[in-house]
Design a protein around this ligand. Sequence first.
Ligand code: FAD
Length: 424
Amino acid sequence: MDVERFPATRESAQRRLADFLPACARYSGTRNRVLTGHDDVSRLSAAIRARLVTEEEVVREVLATHPFGPVEKFIQEVFWRSYWKGWLQLRPAVWTTFRRRVEHLRREAPEPVRRRAEEVAAGRSGVAVMDRFARELLGTGYLHNHARMWWASFWIHVEGLPWELGADHFQRHLLDFDPASNTLSWRWVAGLQTPGKTYLVRRSNLEKFAAPELLADATGIGRLDDDRVRAVVVEEHADTRPSSLAERPERPGESEVATGLWIHEEDGSVELSSLAALRNPILLHIGIPPADADDEPGPVARVWRDRAVGDAWGRANAHFDPDRWENCAGDGGDSLAQTLAGLAGEHGFRRLVSAELAVGPLADQRDEIRKALADEGVEWIEVRRPWDAALWPLARKGFFDFWDRVGRRLRKTCEGTSVLEVLR
Ligand SMILES: Cc1cc2nc3c(=O)[nH]c(=O)nc-3n(C[C@H](O)[C@H](O)[C@H](O)COP(=O)(O)OP(=O)(O)OC[C@H]3O[C@@H](n4cnc5c(N)ncnc54)[C@H](O)[C@@H]3O)c2cc1C
């Protein structure tokens, strides 16, 4: 797997961002083309997802290089990510309902549906271009945004398969898997996210935007003919009303109490956050076993994430130079909660600090972790990044309402004002 192509370290992500900066101004005209090398897009999504580089840094660098107008489209895409995160934070039930539906469908979907889902996911649908995308995902952990839209639409509206099983397949194989961007994009293609709007894959659109070599084998393409593809009506199972955002501090606060600092996959640059100020913390990282064997990430995604978290761990170690640390595999049969509570007993810390767990697989374990730590007399402080604190509350309505407010403020960014300052 090419960890330079899809940067898995902070250094390589910064290099990729610097290389991509000149192309940002052309992005609005080129971003929809699906080329085999993906040179028209940044390929930074996994690095941003893992916070090896942050959204804030990306936006800051782009605006330091270009005036707002020519790069608005690129910046807007980065903010789509923050918007989706906020939208899901405000509606955690959408995530839990999705995961419950996946478990239900894995057990209860009729055998022919499960078999067909496996065939399509493995790249054996019989539509050559879609099978090529399926194999690309399995082989590289990446698909261009347009290919993701086509493939998800093919899955739902041409194959008639449950969207939840397709989203779960992406979840296990994308290097950049994000609970918000992934689940909500699949819901959008299915017609659930924006009522009345469904995304339909169409042959004419593929012929316009896909590189000719992707269409050289035309086997099965007739199934994507514009007049053949019809929207499937997908049932809503989730409660999508926004709730209030959980309160979290933006700083860990001063304390004399022995403190553990938990480095996890949600934030790969704690040394550049407010957590950097912690004095002599006991540094912890725990490999996270999947809740269920069926949730196991694919081999390519696993290698990428190990590399990324190794990089984050190395930088945190260099910053804190800790007297004590634990980096354990987490595969000894104990749950994450038991391991963290065990480490608190072993190292005698009474306070655990970490970056916030945003809605997703890790946060699903929050209650169990909190209880296990409380039983050991340990207080757990999850710290929210100021970026998230500024943006998540704005995701109560649609993206264009969000962008109206954010874009207006960003246009005011000028020398001497930080992006974050104008957003707050
Ligand atoms: C069905 C489906 C599933 C998706 N699942 C994920 C996912 O799990 N994780 C994920 O990060 N993105 C997901 N996306 C969004 C998007 O496809 C990827 O972020 C993008 O293709 C990543 O490539 P890039 O870094 O070259 O993006 P660029 O085009 O270079 O965009 C720059 C950055 O903006 C953000 N971004 C771009 N497009 C979107 C978008 N539509 N939504 C949210 N953020 C965006 C990413 O952080 C990206 O790195 C999904 C889209 C679809 C249609």
